[in-house]
Design a binder for this molecule. Structure first.
Ligand SMILES: Cc1ncc(COP(=O)(O)O)c(C=O)c1O
Length: 306
């Protein structure tokens, strides 16, 4: 749509065209920002569903610490539009793309995920060649079987190797519990999410025990955040928090799908209490702090605190 289209009937618009109800979009953004603040988790919305820099800027203005992209090309578009903190929640493979990623570091502070040493070495070479440092998360397969190393020892081992590579800065772990999205039964779904996120969080703990600096434990999405909400309050270090990736589009309740599942508890996470809110505000300070906005996750809703 161009500015010349503003004010015209929708029937006159050329297709394909993305139309969103701005009032609903803004209400969703506000709702998610509030939700994450109350839960004390940093919010890094995924932009794959809308790919619109103007919407990403709205999310950042509402408190998102950065954004998530599915691929390098999307990250390049967002960086060109002035977005600084970008997670590419995928593997960027091959020398040509590794060089593009290293070049992008001149314009944005990118994080990428790896799930193999070969890929990490390739990125290390590309970043070093440009005199850059690339932040890296190790992707953990928490059950979706799309990408990632297995939780536990394999992820700890790869993390250690990545942390030792020049040109890279190991910052933690990412998992995506997308296999839980389609589970119809709410109790079963919650259990599946807790199992998946639990594997991620336990792996993060093992990485820390191995002496690795896990600043970020990133998970979550539009279809699973209701199940994630019990986790962050129990698992944060003082001032730290996990990331949530999610993408509010145009459905009240923060869902981008037409079969919206509405939150049952308003904007407060389940079991919210004044203590939770206190911890949340500590997190807010951290968001403005130097190591900015990145969180760490410990334990989760289905696991006892350690
Ligand atoms: C790695 C990853 N994280 C999170 C999400 C969730 O995105 P959304 O919130 O748009 O459903 C996705 C979506 O497929 C994803 O691939």
């Amino acid at each position: 749509m161009t500015t010349g289209d503003v004010g015209r009937s929708k029937w006159e618009l050329d297709t394909p065209v993305l139309l969103a109800d701005l009032d609903v979009v803004e209400a969703n953004i506000e709702r998610l920002a509030r939700y994450c603040r109350a839960a004390g988790v940093a919010w890094r919305p995924h932009t794959k569903g809308q790919k619109v820099p103007a919407l990403a800027h709205k999310e950042l203005a509402a408190g998102a610490i950065g954004i998530t992209c599915a691929k390098l090309g999307e990250a390049e578009v967002m960086a060109a539009a002035g977005v600084r903190d970008i997670l590419v929640a995928n593997q960027v493979v091959g020398p040509a793309k590794a060089a593009r990623l290293a070049n992008l570091l001149r314009h944005a502070d990118v994080i990428v995920t790896v799930d193999s040493l070969e890929n990490a070495e390739e990125l290390s070479t590309a970043a070093s060649r440009k005199g850059q440092t690339l932040r890296v998360l190790v992707e953990v397969n928490v059950g979706m079987n799309r990408a990632g190393v297995q939780p536990g020892e394999p992820a700890v081992r790869l993390s250690g190797k990545v942390a030792a590579l020049p040109g890279l800065r190991y910052v933690g772990l990412m998992g995506w519990e997308g296999h839980c999205a389609g589970i119809a039964d709410a109790v079963e779904k919650r259990r599946a999410i807790e199992t998946a996120v639990g594997a991620l969080v336990e792996t993060a703990e093992r990485c820390r025990q191995a002496g690795l600096a896990v600043e970020i434990v990133s998970c979550g999405g539009t279809s699973t955040f209701q199940g994630d909400r019990a986790h962050p309050r129990r698992d944060r270090d003082p001032g730290g928090r996990r990331h949530l990736r999610r993408c509010p589009l145009s459905e009240p309740g923060g869902r981008s799908s037409s079969r919206a599942h509405r939150p049952q508890h308003g904007d407060q996470p389940a079991h919210a209490d004044p203590g939770d809110r206190r911890r949340g505000s500590q997190g807010d300070e951290c968001r403005r702090g130097a190591s900015a906005a990145e969180g760490s996750g410990r334990g989760h809703g289905g696991h006892p605190l350690r």
